[in-house]
Design a protein around this ligand. Sequence first.
Ligand code: ADP
Ligand code: F6P
Length: 351
Amino acid sequence: MFKRIGILTSGGDAPGMNAAIRAVVRTAIARGVECMGIYRGYRGLIEGDIRKLEMRSVSNIINHGGTILYSDRCPEFKTEEGMKEAVENCKRFGIDGIISIGGDGTFRGATDLTAHGVPCIGLPGTIDNDITSTDFSIGFDTAVNTTIEMVDRLRDTCESHARCNVVEVMGRDAGDIAVQTAIAVGASAVAVREILFNEAAVLESLRHSRESGKRNFIVIVSEGLPGYGEQLTKTIEEKTGIETRFARLAHVVRGGSPTLRDRILGSTVGAAAVECLLDGKSNIVICERVGKVTTMDIGEALILDRMYKDKLKPGDLEKFDAETVARMRAFCAAKFDAFKKLYDLAYEISK
Ligand code: ADP
Ligand code: F6P
């Protein structure tokens, strides 16, 4: 029987986290359960930085980026000592279960905590959209829309000066922000870590387009290819004669007011997390797939993630039967196929 639950945000912040916090607090209170805000992620859990959140504590936050609970990276949480402190604080503050919003690191922490007797549920929150189990993570839509706005501005000045702009965008190892931005801004090319970049073909295409009268060029490079954006800027200028500038958008796209999609996603998965926890479910991640809110066991979600990213460790698949492994492989193949289709589309319509 749950009397009091906790909520925390961990890892990189993302617009829409506040919508999720608001939904968690209000759904819990509506079900007669108290909600404690755990500040600064797992660090706050270890240090006891925990305060009660009332109905009105979450007023006026749905429209703000960042996270009112703040975020931190806390390596101490991975140690036995850190975990002991965390579990003791759950007892001290009467916390019966926790909803953790973040990425795969945050989910690993949630799994460890569940194994130590504190049931946890994970909510996908990261601008990178690199959580394999969900189609969309909280913050991605806002980040990609902000990226589009920034690149549109660069295009204005490129057109005036007949220039090319190479733009490095965030996403860690994942090219989702890069590829979706490339389509939406009409970029001439996009380079991501997941797919081999044909530099010679791109240079040839830029040259050809310039000869046929094209004035402005946008080339998107994912930060998953560290340093490549600057290198490509020089190469384009040298090999095509097109004056080229480099821009790194960095953290500017991680802030700002969340879009409709991120407010809806944060609200729906936040409410669903409370319902699941109170129903006795734990160690699951709440996902959105094909427009529907659904769940996946965190253990499976983490292995699926490693499978998709080609980072499986020996023994990772041992606990799954052959049918489950086949289903996971098919899932990853379909996900990559969808990504590749968007990548190809970016080139097909960029001429
Ligand atoms: P994200 O959740 O966005 O992937 P991080 O990888 O920085 O971000 O993880 C956020 C926090 O989750 C870490 O600072 C740490 O407190 C916790 N964490 C990460 N990895 C583990 C792990 N293997 N075991 C337990 N806790 C972890
Ligand atoms: O995971 C979100 C993200 O913004 C990535 O896109 C980026 O690589 C990373 O975090 C930056 O981390 P930090 O905030 O520690 O600089």
